[in-house]
Write a protein of this length. Structure first.
Length: 206
């Protein structure tokens, strides 16, 4: 802890909570944060490799137990057939993964954070910041799957992105295209965002 020239403490609220243990709630120790980060990274790697592994396993089972389908016989079109099966299964499983990922993010947001409210939330007097960071850690995988920007990139500008943000607590009127440029921007606290489109055609953002 440092002292200012005037004799007052310069310790931040985070420092008082994390380093000095002066918060009025339980603060996760460093080893627990490290463990949660490791588990989150392992979970993300496992989730986004599932569609590839499952496609290979299904084809392997077909090869072993369904020879009557003649998928792997040396036909001239065998490559196209196998590739088409892999691609189809890949797309189907990836889409299911994306839906489950969004449901997970929405459900954990309301379970861990709940409804956000305006007002101060210092680290040493409110556990909001800690719960927020916990939710970000456990939902990091949503921006790690599907390439740069994560699976959110594929929904920018669409009604599906609006539905997602509404489910996260944002108030968005009809006719809005969020991040329509194709690049996902920051909206860390959607509960506090209100975007309205009046019927006369002008946009109002609060």
């Amino acid at each position: 802890m440092q002292k200012s020239n005037a004799g007052g403490s310069t310790t931040t609220p985070f420092g008082r909570a994390f380093y000095l243990g002066k918060a009025n709630f339980f603060v996760f120790p460093y080893f627990l944060l490290l463990l949660m980060g490791f588990m989150s990274a392992a979970f993300s790697a496992a989730v986004w490799s599932l569609h590839t592994i499952s496609a290979a396993q299904v084809l392997h089972q077909l090869y072993l137990h369904a020879p009557s389908l003649h998928i792997f016989r040396p036909w001239w079109y065998r490559f196209a057939l196998v590739y088409g099966l892999v691609a189809s299964f890949f797309v189907i499983v990836f889409a299911l993964q994306a839906v489950i990922a969004f449901l997970w993010v929405i459900a954990t947001k309301w379970a861990i954070i709940g409804q956000r409210r305006e007002g101060p939330s210092d680290w040493d007097t409110s556990d909001y910041c800690q719960r927020w960071q916990l939710h970000l850690t456990w939902t990091q995988f949503i921006i790690e799957g599907g390439g740069a920007g994560g699976i959110l990139t594929y929904m920018t500008g669409s009604v599906y992105f609006v539905w997602y943000l509404r489910a996260m607590g944002a108030k968005i009127g009809k006719g809005c295209g969020i991040f329509a440029g194709g690049k996902v921007g920051l909206m860390p606290e959607p509960d506090l965002v209100e975007v309205c489109v009046p019927y006369h055609g002008t946009n109002t953002t609060k």
